[in-house]
Design a protein around this ligand. Structure first.
Ligand code: PGA
Length: 255
């Protein structure tokens, strides 16, 4: 049993007007793809407007980050409750947060707990760097990030997480992983999740991320443990993201 799932990560792009324009451009195409969970993650500033643009379409909206604390003196930060006001999903543990903003496994784990406690669905990202892969440590690094990121959750809570495998060397580089490499990593993650979530691991959505485009998506979702994708660059084009989402929904229907 798979759970087709596709998410757009718009990163630090688009003003409110631009984001609404893009949302409207993909709304009808995404609305038709009822066989897959479809989520769009705009910047915080555009969350409310994009949520309004997708209202009634069946397309979910998510934030790209949140702070683990409920409230307090954290200038510039946004809490899970603030996110929950506007949307139902949140990306946590993205490699850009880990690398550029120094987020640790422990800090990410706190976010996962806070998000689940609020009823948000975390899209929890992990993945190795090129250096780690070349040192033969990819599987161990991913396992460690998974274990530490989901530490302390009971099996029911683990089962409510969407896990995205995003090898750092494939993000924004135009150099996607091969489907074989992604399947090997994600098969390993599914086995680990089996220990954390029991039988529910089989129906948890596992997403591949890193230079996904309309031409390569079908080869990823044809793999046994790849249920969908987290899409950066190509999600900034309505036609491309709808085409990717269609391929994800089609693969889910075929399995
Ligand atoms: P990309 O980004 O599709 O541009 O490689 C993916 C991501 O960072 O989630």
């Amino acid at each position: 049993m798979t759970a087709p799932f596709v998410a757009a990560n718009w990163k630090m792009h688009l003003t409110v007007a631009e984001a609404v324009g893009l949302a409207k451009g993909m709304r009808d195409g995404l609305a038709a793809l009822t066989g897959a969970t479809r989520v769009v993650c705009p910047p915080f500033t555009a969350l409310a407007a994009v949520a309004a643009a997708f209202e009634g379409s069946g397309v979910g909206v998510g934030a790209q980050n949140m702070h683990p604390e409920a409230s307090g003196a954290f200038t510039g930060e946004v809490s899970g409750a603030m996110v929950r006001d506007l949307c139902a999903y949140v990306i946590v543990g993205h490699s850009e947060r880990r690398q550029l903003f120094g987020e640790t496994d422990d800090f990410i784990n706190r976010k996962v707990h806070a998000a689940l406690g609020l009823g948000l669905t975390p899209i929890f990202c992990l993945g190795e760097t090129l250096e780690q892969r070349e040192a033969g440590r990819a599987a161990a690094v991913c396992r460690e990030q998974l274990r530490r990121g989901l530490d302390g959750l009971d099996p029911d809570a683990v089962a409510r997480v969407a896990v995205a495998y995003e090898p750092v060397w494939a993000i924004g580089t135009g150099r996607a992983a091969t489907p074989d490499i992604a399947q090997e990593a994600m098969g390993g993650l599914r086995r680990e999740l089996g220990e954390l979530a029991d039988a529910a691991a089989d129906s948890m959505p596992l997403l591949y991320g890193g230079s996904v485009n309309p031409d390569n998506i079908a080869s990823f979702v044809a793999e046994a443990d790849i249920d969908g994708a987290l899409v950066g660059g190509a999600s900034l084009r309505a036609d491309q993201f709808v085409a990717i989402a269609a391929a994800v929904a089609q693969a889910g229907a075929a399995s």
